[in-house]
Design a binder for this molecule. Structure first.
Ligand code: DOR
Ligand code: ZN
Length: 344
């Protein structure tokens, strides 16, 4: 008998849509299945003002059409004006503010170096109920790249939370058992997104048998014990954990290079992979919460109207190996196992 699974239309709580020709090529891959997504602001130059966010939202809608709702974010800098943030939120232009430590990842040069210098913005956000989304990695060259998330929790995030206990925070794309434990240790106001790819790969997938640039992202995948902690969190039904794919396209030439860019492009097959992963974990009944309920709850938004139906086939489903865009081909994330679930 064919197995089917119908879910409310899902949300992606962390997505890179880029701009221009790249956006035209890849945005439909998300808009096809997802009703809403939190849009990352790390364009070049970054989206730092409410006016820029409003203009970017119009460019996205021109590509996706009105069936998809981009939830905009501002890129926090040391020069961010608290009044502009509060006004953009009050006007419904932005949903959240993204904190990149300067130098942590792609296009983060304008990010924050001295966290004391954004204290005023964080206090205004706390008062106005605007969530802070963190790229949780320190950039101290002394700290090993595999430890940067855990050190960020101690040195940056926990101090911010102690100083601003009412500030709602989402730890984006968590990769460690330390982050899972930290979320669980907090009484309220803290959630975390988990990507599709971090539920599938550990650092061996990047490095064993040759270097695999399409598995390189930031925060980098950690050892298997951490992947298992993420899987446990995602499939636990705990509403503090929800999907943020961090689908982050780069043209293949920029990935397959002597200094390859960070980012996994999962928009095309994310729901199929997640169904497979949740089925494997005997938690298919909890997929709905992870992709369609928990995030909306955290953000105080209604669930989406409409639904998507997944069907389990007898034979593996074929996905394109890459998406052709006007900015060059983009390789689709290969989970390394056959996918049997497809979205009807
Ligand atoms: O792998 C990543 N890619 N991590 C990020 O934090 C940024 C993203 C991108 O923009 O390419
Ligand atoms: Zn990201």
């Amino acid at each position: 008998m064919t197995q089917r699974l119908t879910l409310p239309r899902p949300d992606d709580w962390h997505l890179h849509l880029r701009d221009g020709a790249m956006m035209e090529g890849i945005a439909p891959e998300s808009a096809r299945h997802f009703a809403r997504a939190i849009i990352m602001p790390n364009l070049v130059p970054p989206v730092v003002t409410g006016a820029q966010a409003a203009a970017y939202r119009e460019r996205i809608l021109a590509v996706t059409g009105p069936g998809f709702t981009p939830l905009m974010t501002l890129y926090l800098t040391e020069a961010t004006d608290p009044a502009d943030v509060v006004a953009a939120h009050a006007a419904g232009i932005i949903t959240a503010v993204k904190l990149y430590p300067a130098g942590a990842t792609t296009n983060s040069a304008s990010g924050v170096r001295d966290f004391d210098r954004v204290r005023g913005v964080l206090e205004a956000m706390e008062a106005a109920g605007i969530p802070l989304l963190t790229h949780g990695e320190v950039t101290d060259p002394e700290v090993d790249i595999f430890d940067r998330e855990a050190v960020f929790i101690d040195r940056v995030l926990d101090p911010i939370r102690r100083r601003s206990p009412g500030l709602r925070v989402v730890m984006e794309h968590i990769t460690t058992s330390d982050a899972v434990a930290y979320v669980r240790s907090q009484p309220e106001g803290l959630g975390a997104t988990i990507t599709t790819h971090h539920l599938v790969i550990n650092r061996n997938h990047i490095l064993v048998g040759g270097i695999r640039p399409h598995y390189y992202c930031l925060p980098v995948a950690k050892r298997e014990t951490h992947r298992l902690a993420l899987l446990e969190a995602a499939t636990s039904g705990d509403a503090r954990f929800f999907l943020g794919t961090d689908s982050a396209p780069h043209a293949d030439a920029a990935k397959e290079s002597a200094c390859g860019c960070a980012g996994c492009f999962t928009a095309t097959n994310t729901l199929s992979i997640l169904a497979q992963v949740f089925e494997q974990a005997q938690a298919l009944d909890l997929l709905e919460g992870f992709v369609a309920r928990h995030g909306a709850g955290f953000y105080g938004l209604a669930m989406n109207a409409g639904s998507v139906t997944l069907e389990r086939s007898e034979s593996p489903v074929a996905y394109p190996a890459r998406i052709e865009t006007g900015a060059g081909p983009v390789t689709v994330f290969d989970p390394g196992f056959p996918l049997y679930w497809r979205v009807l």
